[in-house]
Design a protein around this ligand. Structure first.
Ligand SMILES: Nc1nc2c(ncn2[C@@H]2O[C@H](COP(=O)(O)OP(=O)(O)O)[C@@H](O)[C@H]2O)c(=O)[nH]1
Ligand SMILES: [Mg+2]
Length: 267
């Protein structure tokens, strides 16, 4: 079979409570719009018809894998399951991004915090950009993260201050779990990714820039979903701080000009 036009990678760790309804929502949307198929035609509203959905089960100890395997879309080949040893969201996303076959490869949260119709926005951005980062901050300045609990917002602001000062510069929302890449760019960037904690998003943005690719920010809708897998505490805080410090140090060395002997692309 030829490569699908679009792959959607969903990292999932102990998601038995949320994954079933999230996949209902995703495939409900894709099927309703007639956007799944194998004939290579473009879909009505800008999404390609050939889409593969790849759930990366990160060593879950619950029924996450079973929920995937029992679905009709698994039997029909629209949905695939990749099982990896538990290693954190960053390692699951990396495995999925390197295994996915699509011309364009997007990763998203398995709780569908970003509604599936936002795929169109990322796909459109990737017609010109090499990488597209969903952002919960809207052009009018309003912030979709306002639906998060107050403690998450305070942690988020602290994280952002550190990440923008030390690693990525003025990218307003590094942590949105909805990002897309052209396949070759995904292969290059994710093969270099080393961080497996939630700081991997920052590392990926850093690598896109360092490798001379063009990344763009696209405002998307997002809603806080209950049942978060994130458990903040001193351990996570230390890990995040350590990973933020490490990112530029891990990737010291020649930039894109030395890589391919050419000039870095704009961006
Ligand atoms: N594979 C994997 N996925 C994870 C891990 N932790 C979180 N995720 C996934 O990351 C996504 C976002 O997680 P969530 O708990 O909703 O985070 P929040 O929305 O930031 O509170 C979901 O798809 C989770 O299953 C992990 O350790 N491994
Ligand atoms: Mg969530």
């Amino acid at each position: 079979m030829s490569a699908p036009a679009l792959s959607l990678v969903l990292p999932a760790y102990n998601e038995e409570a949320r994954l079933g309804s999230a996949l209902d929502e995703l495939f409900g949307y894709l099927h309703r719009r007639g956007r799944l198929g194998r004939d290579g035609r473009a879909g009505a509203a800008g999404l390609p018809l050939e889409i593969e959905v790849l759930v990366v089960d990160d060593g879950s100890t619950d029924r996450t894998g079973e929920i995937v395997r029992q679905r009709a879309e698994f039997a029909s080949g629209e949905l695939a399951l990749l099982t990896v040893p538990h290693g954190g969201k960053g390692s699951a996303v990396r495995a999925g991004m390197l295994a996915a076959k699509g011309d364009l490869i997007v990763f998203a949260d398995a709780d569908m915090a970003t509604p599936p119709d936002e795929l169109v926005v990322i796909v459109q951005a990737l017609q010109t950009a090499d990488a597209a980062y969903g952002s919960r901050i809207q052009p009018d300045g309003s912030d979709m993260r306002a639906s998060q609990p107050i403690w998450r917002r305070v942690l988020g602001k602290t994280f952002h201050a550190l990440a923008s000062w030390w690693v990525v510069g003025p990218v307003d929302d590094t942590q949105c779990g909805f990002k897309g890449f052209k396949r070759d760019v995904a292969r290059d960037v994710f093969a270099r990714q080393r961080v497996t904690s939630i700081v991997f998003d920052v590392e990926v943005i850093y690598l896109v820039r360092q490798r001379g690719y063009r990344g763009v920010v696209v405002p998307i809708h997002w809603g806080d979903r209950r049942g978060s897998r994130m458990h903040p505490g001193p351990r996570l805080a230390l890990r995040v701080a350590w990973d933020l410090i490490r990112v530029p140090l891990l990737h010291r060395g020649p930039g894109p000009a030395a890589r391919d002997g050419g000039q870095p692309r704009p961006g």
